[in-house]
Write a protein that binds this ligand. Structure first.
Ligand code: ZN
Length: 85
């Protein structure tokens, strides 16, 4: 069985960006778009290599990349509040 939990991801400015199903433990470095449970930024459908930004402060959140054939957001660690589970 797959273990994991749903976590809220916030920008440094405090804006709630999305909710994500995180599998396993450790630092969150990238997010598969298909595992977002709520998307307040519009990551769903974003183009590969686009750089979504925080709707509130305009900071870049990272870059959309294909990982194992699936779109994912590689997080900009400077913008996202760090999460450890
Ligand atoms: Zn922000």
């Amino acid at each position: 069985m797959r273990t994991g939990k749903i976590i809220d991801i916030h920008c440094r400015c405090g804006f709630k960006l999305f909710r994500y199903f995180k599998a396993g433990k450790g630092r969150l470095l990238k997010c598969l778009i298909s595992r977002l449970t709520d998307d307040y930024v519009g990551l769903n459908g974003a183009e590969t290599f686009s750089k979504p930004s925080c709707p509130q402060c305009g900071e870049e959140l990272g870059i959309i990349m294909m990982i194992h054939g699936e779109p994912a957001l590689k997080l900009n660690q400077g913008t996202i509040q760090s999460i450890r589970i």
